[in-house]
Design a protein around this ligand. Structure first.
Ligand SMILES: [Zn+2]
Length: 433
């Protein structure tokens, strides 16, 4: 369907208003417009309203199928990915995940083990149509000395296919050893990474957050937090992060993931937190699949009663940039997943009600995370931009989100890529107990 040529035109493609820039076309109530997309030398050379009477003879008619820009996945853990067969979560709980993943890291995460699993994950993400991805990197000593060089090698190997970003990951208590944390921040800065920690309600949280912000300012780093991944209403570290960003006058970007407990708190508390998050300019990413899996998991095998996700609608209404992302894949934090952002969007639509209207929710898997990751030109279709897009079978939201779209066509720099997914058997050698 995509010509193997330096230049061509796709006629009659459906694009979405929220994921295009500078297109003069009539967008319908679902946000779609029918356009012709011209491609030349790996770039989009024009997007014009589709006019059947003027259709060029050499154009390929895609019959109203949806074309979206490649996805941007801003919260993943490809260093943990695919360890499930050798280290499953014994009971599906958050503590079960933490303990299992920690034990596996100590016992098994050599440079070779990491590199093979990370490459496997990136091949899947690429085949599904992702062009940029941020991964958290477990950085508890001595793992940081093994994992960061692997990350740097992987980033170079994948340059041009997936723009890879790394954020360090450690519990907030790890910051108490300020000397070590300073060294870690320096290492992260050397890798042009992002400073990340997991926050929960320790007594000295405010002081530790100040140390995190101070290191970010000192080394010129953006920040990325895991916050309040719990149903405990007393977990308010999202608010503490917003307050710390304000009183430290932080000017970098801050992304906060999870924020599950916010959905359990009383309205007045929620409003106060959201006001501060908006004022501080924080962005929030929800991880709907992991949250559904881990939150409200009950030891007595009774049925979960809530969805685990945070208040994305209320955040977006306040102008807070919101995204959804993959999080874990086939590890103790989530037994499933393949870094397919269409699956994430489909699940988010169902779990978080990204529909009726769809409005600008598609930005949550492309344009918004691209901005948070400072990636110009990613997550949007525009004339002059790279011809990186996905051609789906679906012609409407209900067609797009009802099937896996395993036969989607991913186009990079104007050419359809080989979408062969890596075979699980490739990892068998790493899974021996
Ligand atoms: Zn995470």
């Amino acid at each position: 369907m995509i010509p193997n040529a330096a230049s061509y035109r796709l006629a009659n493609a459906r694009i979405h208003a929220s994921l295009t820039k500078g297109v003069a076309a009539a967008f319908d109530s679902d946000g779609f417009a029918r356009v012709d997309i011209s491609v030349a030398d790996g770039k989009i050379s024009g997007i014009t309203a589709h006019d059947r009477s003027k259709a060029a003879a050499d154009a390929v008619d895609v019959a109203g199928r949806i074309v979206l820009p490649c996805f941007v996945d801003c919260h993943t853990h490809i260093d943990k990915g695919h360890i499930w067969p050798r280290k499953p979560n014994p009971d599906g709980t958050f503590m079960g995940a933490l303990n299992a993943a920690g034990a596996d890291r100590v016992a098994r995460w050599s440079a070779e083990d990491l590199a093979r699993r990370m490459d496997f994950s990136l091949r899947a993400a690429y085949a599904h149509g992702t062009s940029a991805l941020r991964t958290h990197i477990d950085s508890v000593a001595p793992q940081e000395e093994i994992s960061w060089p692997v990350f740097e090698t992987m980033r170079e190997a994948w340059r041009g296919r997936i723009e890879l970003q790394g954020a360090c990951l450690l519990g907030i208590e790890g910051v108490r050893d300020n000397k070590w944390f300073d060294r870690l921040a320096k290492r992260v800065a050397a890798a042009r990474g992002v400073l990340g920690v997991v926050t929960y309600m320790v007594p000295d949280l405010e002081k530790l957050l100040d140390q995190v912000f101070a290191q970010a300012i000192k080394h010129g780093l953006d920040l990325d937090f895991h916050a309040d991944e719990t149903d405990d209403v007393a977990a308010t570290s999202l608010k503490k992060i917003a307050e710390a960003a304000l009183w430290n006058g932080f000017e970098g970007k801050v992304l906060v993931g999870h924020c599950c407990s916010l959905a359990r708190q009383p309205d007045l508390e929620v409003l106060d937190t959201l006001d501060k998050v908006a004022k501080a300019g924080l962005a929030v990413v929800s991880l709907p699949m992991c949250n559904l899996y881990l939150q409200d998991r009950r030891a007595d095998q009774t049925t979960p009663r809530w969805r685990g996700v945070t208040l994305l609608h209320e955040m977006k209404a306040r102008g807070i940039p919101v995204a959804v992302a993959s999080d874990n894949t086939r590890d103790p934090f989530y037994a499933y997943g393949d870094l397919d952002m269409l699956e994430v969007y489909r699940m988010a639509t169902r779990i978080l009600h990204f529909d009726h209207p769809v409005a600008d929710w598609p930005q949550a898997v492309a344009a918004t995370p691209a901005k948070v990751m400072r990636l110009d030109g990613f997550g949007t279709l525009a004339t002059g931009g790279d011809a990186d897009f996905i051609l789906f079978k679906g012609r409407s939201w209900t067609e797009l989100l009802s099937r896996p779209e395993s036969d989607r066509i991913v186009v990079r720099a104007g050419r359809a890529i080989d979408r062969q997914l890596p075979d699980y058997a490739e990892l068998d050698g790493l899974m021996v107990e």
